[in-house]
Design a protein around this ligand. Structure first.
Ligand SMILES: [Zn+2]
Length: 95
């Protein structure tokens, strides 16, 4: 006798793992990893420049804040480009 119960359970388990592993590290793609690394670096830059800017707010004259503000803007721009590239890559490459 075939045990349909177990079979169904197995099928569901496969579907479940498919659903949750669509973006897993199991799928190797150096291009995606490269873009992810860029996004990660940009996010860390945003944290760092925001932190510096926050500290400088109380100690520096407004004009001195401009370069830091520019750095932060550039980091946000880099983050947006990297995330855009990540979405584009997913669309084209499926990973
Ligand atoms: Zn890919």
């Amino acid at each position: 006798m075939i045990n349909y119960g177990d079979e169904n359970e197995q099928e569901r388990a496969v579907h479940r793992s498919d659903q949750y592993s669509w973006y897993s590290v199991g799928v190797e793609c150096s291009e995606r990893d490269k873009i992810k690394a860029e996004a990660t670096r940009a996010l860390k830059d945003i944290v760092e420049f925001t932190d510096r800017l926050l500290k400088a707010m109380n100690t520096e004259k407004p004009a001195s804040l401009t370069p830091l503000d520019k750095d932060l803007e550039n980091a946000v721009g880099a983050k947006e480009r990297a995330f855009g590239a990540l979405m584009q890559h997913q669309k084209e490459h499926g990973c």
